[in-house]
Design a protein around this ligand. Structure first.
Ligand code: KG4
Ligand code: ZN
Length: 357
């Protein structure tokens, strides 16, 4: 089944074509519900980062207008990349939320129009479910897919959560942030440092050559009493206060600041992941990290290390599928369409949408 995915929840207009191929060997069946291979045939992202950079964050009105401008050219590029025609598409998946409503509406309306005009099945996808399933996207033969059940750490610009993933749509959020998302902390502190938007990748790059012990930052919520609750606003405030009382670090000192700040975020995420594994007990064969912050090399290394110590597998989607993209939306949509689920012409965009909805 060839599914077209369209994503426009924030500042990326993305179209992708994913082909779900039934796995006759049922490799995944040993792990519970089988997730068949989801081959990425085309994956196009038109980023608006440059446009929003000058405002230091996303301007919803600008985002929506540029999605309208970019969506059809992006769709054309995806068809061209896959070497197919619109008539070869067998299903359409669009992000229905969470996100900016004006932005989301572009994918929702284009998806509905195409589905109606072509008589194709349509499915509205939860953006967060897309992130959770990104590690299942295939590009190379024999690629290992995450087993079920597993523990997922979803870390993006808007969300930070530990999720027990048992199967498609069968998720329990074990803990989430009580204030800012991890990506938000990276972006806000990066903005004060003058690093541009989004600042996560800049901090990651600078941290590579810095000393993570040079600056002291609080390790929030790390007491076991706090359970799986996460928090990043205290850390963000601590960094902002420090910067308010001294000149903005430059050169080596900037690298040290970034390394120390990143280490505080990574340590909290790593400790909570370890605690979630303790709580879930045996039977969890893997940790899967996803969302934009999952591109962070310090975080990937720290989680890989944790999994090695615990003797379990570690999966992280390719960096381009950790950030917002439409391949993950097409993948989630393909799995739901395969189960017979459909959205109708009343499908609407929703700003806040829990993972279970
Ligand atoms: O998943 P995503 O593309 O969009 C949302 O759904 O939010 O995540 C974007 C977030 C931004 O906050 C960005 O700074 C962060 O992911 N990010 C990173 C890195 N790459 C992207 N944070 C830390 N290190 C990175 N390498
Ligand atoms: Zn996202």
């Amino acid at each position: 089944m060839r599914v077209l995915g369209i994503e426009s929840s924030c500042d990326e207009t993305a179209c992708a074509i994913v082909e779900l191929i039934e796995d006759t060997a049922q490799n995944g069946a040993a792990f519970g519900e089988a997730v068949p291979p989801l081959w990425v045939r085309a994956d196009v992202v038109a980023s608006q980062i440059e446009l929003h950079n000058r405002w230091g964050g996303i301007v919803p009105e600008i985002a929506a207008r540029h999605h309208i401008k970019n969506v059809l050219p992006t769709l054309d590029s995806a068809l061209q990349q896959a070497g197919i025609q619109l008539g070869d598409i067998e299903g359409i998946a669009v992000t229905r939320g969470p996100g900016l409503v004006g932005a989301l509406l572009v994918a929702v309306q284009v998806g509905k129009a195409l589905a109606f005009a072509r008589g194709l099945p349509l499915i509205g996808v939860n953006h967060l479910e897309g992130h959770l399933l990104a590690a299942y996207l295939c590009e190379t033969e024999g690629q290992k897919r995450p087993p079920l059940p597993h523990l997922a750490l979803l870390v993006s610009g808007g969300h930070t959560a530990l999720v027990h993933v048992r199967g498609l749509g069968d998720y329990s959020v074990l803990g989430s942030t009580s204030d800012d998302a991890a990506g938000e902390a990276f972006d806000k502190v990066g903005k004060i440092l003058g690093l541009g938007y989004p600042a996560g990748p800049h901090i990651d790059r600078l941290a590579e050559h810095g000393n993570p012990s040079a600056f002291r930052f609080p390790r929030a919520m790390t007491g076991r009493k706090r359970g799986l609750q996460l928090s990043f606003s205290g850390l963000k405030t601590a960094a902002a206060m420090l910067l308010a009382h001294r000149p903005t670090p430059q050169g080596h000192e900037l690298a040290d600041f970034c390394a120390s700040f990143q280490a505080a975020i990574v340590e909290q995420l790593q400790r909570k992941t370890a605690l979630a594994l303790d709580q879930l007990g045996p039977g969890i064969g893997a940790v899967v990290v996803s969302g934009g912050v999952a591109c962070n090399r310090g975080l990937r290394a720290s989680l890989a290390n944790l999994c090695r110590e615990r003797g379990i597998d570690f999966f992280a989607a390719k960096p381009r599928w950790c950030a917002d993209n439409a391949a993950m939306i097409a993948a989630a949509g393909a799995l739901r369409l395969r189960r017979g689920e459909r959205s109708d012409e009343f499908l609407n965009a929703t700003a806040t949408l829990p993972l279970s909805a």
